[in-house]
Design a protein around this ligand. Structure first.
Ligand code: SF4
Length: 382
């Protein structure tokens, strides 16, 4: 694992890593971290001051009535201080859930667009972003003017933006989607608009993979019309680097391997994988199928999370592809965010209101998709 915390002694108030109280409170995390990185030594753990940071962050959370929500791509150390770990939309929803009702501060252990989602769903709470440098190549690939241009070049076609976009882009969308519900959203919104085209932006690969799924559904008779997907040239700089050749080699070296891939990968990678799904769907797949040997074709920290949750599984990787933006978040800046209550996410009221509309629309479309699936199942049974 990469070293995440500074050892420059800036935080003299942190306890000594060898302090018996620190050791007692955090030793189980050290054991857990070793499941993710078997080469992690006690010396490195102490040099990283992981134990003192965990203790200090927990104390600050209690003092400030705060919760830390984190993305599945967080480094194990950061994940140890998260009160919730999940995908980007679920993080925001968790912050708004009953469990965190009484919290006045939410610290977003993820990239900036995730903090904006949390703020959109929790406008009354103070949402803090540990590092404002935690951007995203995909979110940066589209600006509000691009959405305006799409409205002109594709009049009358619904614009669905991925949740991995900034709030000013979402505010101009007809609906949002996630990697787990994009197919359902495309089906439901084209039905509602009585049209056979949809714009799915900004991830071109997610859009192409969705087009392949929709084509398959039409060919199997699951759709009454072919849906054409129009997209935008954005991409995730992590997932687009995976190559189907890597999968071929994994299958040769590990014949029994189960390969899970994120749909932001190029279509050839998805075709070569055994299962494709969002970070949450991949975690669910592992929980249900318990593969003995697997590869996670996604940001490499998710492999760490799976390794810690399922120590009996062997996780093989061709290469660790880390997200430089996610890696901006570390224990030190989570700690600093809590100490100084910095960097607060502020969204102008008009954008906040406009951005809530496509988010709500996504929920409505999801409800419709669930009802449609339930009636299909009932009809099949009858
Ligand atoms: S993994 Fe990709 S989509 Fe996620 S934050 Fe990094 S660049 Fe953006």
């Amino acid at each position: 694992m990469d070293e995440l915390v500074s050892t420059d002694n800036t935080f003299a108030q942190l306890l000594d890593p060898k302090d018996p109280e620190v050791c007692q409170a955090t030793d189980h995390f050290f054991e857990k971290a070793k499941l993710a990185d078997p080469l992690l030594t006690r010396e490195q753990w102490e040099a990283d001051r992981a134990g003192p940071y965990i203790c200090a962050i927990e104390q600050l959370k209690a003092e400030k009535n705060a919760a830390v929500i984190g993305h599945n791509y967080m480094h194990p150390y950061v994940s140890f201080v998260c009160d919730y770990l999940g995908d980007s939309l679920k993080m925001g929803e968790a912050a708004a859930s009953e469990k965190f009702n009484d919290k006045s501060i939410i610290v977003n252990a993820g990239v900036k667009f995730m903090a904006e989602t949390a703020k959109t769903l929790n406008p009354q709470k103070k949402v803090l972003q540990p590092s404002m440098d935690a951007g995203c190549s995909l979110a940066a690939s589209i600006v509000p003017a691009d959405v305006d241009l799409m409205r002109v070049t594709h009049p009358g076609i619904p614009i669905v933006n991925y949740a991995n976009t900034y709030v000013d882009v979402r505010a101009k969308s007809d609906a949002l989607c996630t990697s787990s519900n994009i197919v359902d959203i495309a089906v439901e919104i084209t039905k509602e608009w009585n049209i056979d085209k949809v714009i799915l932006a900004p991830d071109q690969y997610l859009a192409r993979n969705t087009q392949i799924t929709l084509d398959g559904m039409y060919e199997r008779g699951d759709l009454d019309r072919r849906i054409e997907v129009i997209t935008h040239p954005g991409s995730c700089e992590v997932h687009e680097r995976y190559d189907p050749e890597e999968i071929k080699i994994l299958r040769i070296t590990h014949p029994d391997i189960v390969i899970l891939a994120h749909p932001e990968c190029i279509p050839a990678v998805i075709e070569a994988a055994d299962f494709s799904g969002s970070t949450a769907q991949m975690a669910d797949y592992v929980a249900t199928h318990r593969p003995k040997i697997l590869a996670m074709i996604t940001e490499c920290a998710q492999g760490y999370q799976i390794a810690m949750a399922y120590p009996e599984a062997q996780i093989v990787s061709s290469s660790c592809k880390g997200c430089p933006h996610m890696r901006q978040i570390n224990m030190r800046n989570v700690y600093e965010a809590l100490v100084h209550e910095q960097h607060e996410i502020i969204i102008p009221d008009d954008i906040l209101v406009s951005a809530s509309v496509p988010l709500q629309k996504m929920k409505t479309l999801m409800e419709r998709a669930s009802q449609r699936k339930a009636s299909q199942t009932e009809a099949e049974v009858a």
